[in-house]
Design a protein around this ligand. Sequence first.
Ligand SMILES: [Zn+2]
Length: 163
Amino acid sequence: MNLKFFADRMLGRLAKKLRILGFDTLYFSDIPKNEIFRLCKKEDRILLTRDKQIAKRAWKEKVAFFFLKSDKWYSQLKAVKDRFNISLEDCLLFSRCSECNGFLEHIDKEKIKNKIPEYVYLTNNEFLMCPKCGKVYWRGTHTENIMNDLNKILRGSNDESRT
Ligand SMILES: [Zn+2]
């Protein structure tokens, strides 16, 4: 599945979750409207928006868009999942930086020793780094909690995916 998104400025939390799921998602807290439409057209992105004016203009300019009603990221993600038939199998989890959309790369832990807490260094062997912004990722309770949330949304509301 090769869905690419552009999340408008009201959808920062949703954008992060889509990136964690592996979807190429642009998000800027401040960007001129013309630029939004230009990028969506140029890069064939689906515009996700909660702004009726932006949705109207997307319609006029023939930019693919999806209007979100909820102001909660949880419901927004569920709506996106339903609209585009996304399942967990379509996702490349933790392949993108949630902060900047960069593609994460495996990195030797010796190289990032100074960037991470000592106990993390001692207890983990697998690290990913964003080549764009330098953020380092590793598995931990934080990522497990995110995964549990995302699992619940993508699989429906039952709890059987919790392992
Ligand atoms: Zn990054």
